[in-house]
Ligand binder design. Structure first.
Ligand code: ZN
Length: 243
């Protein structure tokens, strides 16, 4: 069995047998990576506190050539989120970030841009502006996986915007011009699209400031695009009170 070393972020945890856990992670080198953590449910073990959703870890694991899971050997903590204690908004945002990465990542191929987007988003949570960090992360995660289409053109006919922009939920939340959409879909605010385009260019440290209402609208749209792509609901979004 081959031995691997990688940086990962914990995305989801599942109980397995009596004492073990299966850990879904996003790894820098291998995209979505499942790891078996032996003894991780033991309350006195050293593993449990390290294996929390959103924690960034340095791991060593064994994996056979045809195995679907690696087996964890060594885990060291790079960063955790103990500092968020009591900040429910930040925890809700953290859950959405992890679930979105779980939906978008592919197995077996490097995902450095998605990995960096996730790490950047998790760092932004610590700064007390969770929603802002979440919006910037969602834009970056969609860009990293080729799903950021919300730039300067209709996603149906490819013409630059000249009139109303409409969001088509049934077309994976694509943005179409009024001519293509007709009466279908719902209006999408031009100002918000411009702001998100700047956030896509400037990242989480940019100077664009959204209102709370704009943040909610952006999160609804961006998570809708993720769901349209993965064809699965994002359960964690229900915990954000933006809907
Ligand atoms: Zn069009």
């Amino acid at each position: 069995m081959a031995l691997f070393r990688d940086q990962v972020v914990v995305l989801r945890l599942y109980p397995y047998r009596d004492r073990d856990r299966v850990v879904h992670t996003l790894s820098r080198e291998r995209g979505r990576l499942g790891l078996l953590a032996r003894g991780a449910r033991s309350p006195r073990g050293a593993l449990a506190p390290r294996l929390m959703v959103g924690n960034r870890l340095e791991v060593t694991y064994h994996r056979g050539p045809n195995a679907s899971l690696g087996t964890l050997r060594e885990v060291s903590l790079v960063t955790d989120h103990q500092g968020l204690q009591g900040d429910l908004d930040a925890f809700a945002s953290l859950e959405v970030m992890a679930e979105v990465a779980d939906h978008l990542a592919h197995e077996g191929s490097p995902e450095p841009a998605l990995f960096d987007a996730l790490c950047g988003g998790l760092v932004a949570l610590e700064g007390g502006a969770a929603r802002r960090g979440l919006v910037a992360y969602l834009v970056a995660a969609l860009a990293a996986t080729g799903l950021w289409g919300g730039g300067g053109r209709c996603e149906h006919c490819g013409r630059p915007w000249t009139e109303e922009i409409r969001e088509l939920a049934g077309e994976g939340h694509a943005l179409w011009c009024g001519r293509c959409a007709g009466e279908r879909g719902s209006p999408f605010p031009v100002g918000l699209l411009l702001a998100l385009t700047r956030i896509a260019a400037e990242g989480v440290d940019g100077r664009v400031v959204l209102t709370g209402e704009q943040e909610g609208r952006a999160i609804r749209w961006l998570t809708g695009r993720v769901e349209g792509q993965s064809r699965r609901r994002l359960k964690s979004v229900a915990f954000l009170d933006v809907l």
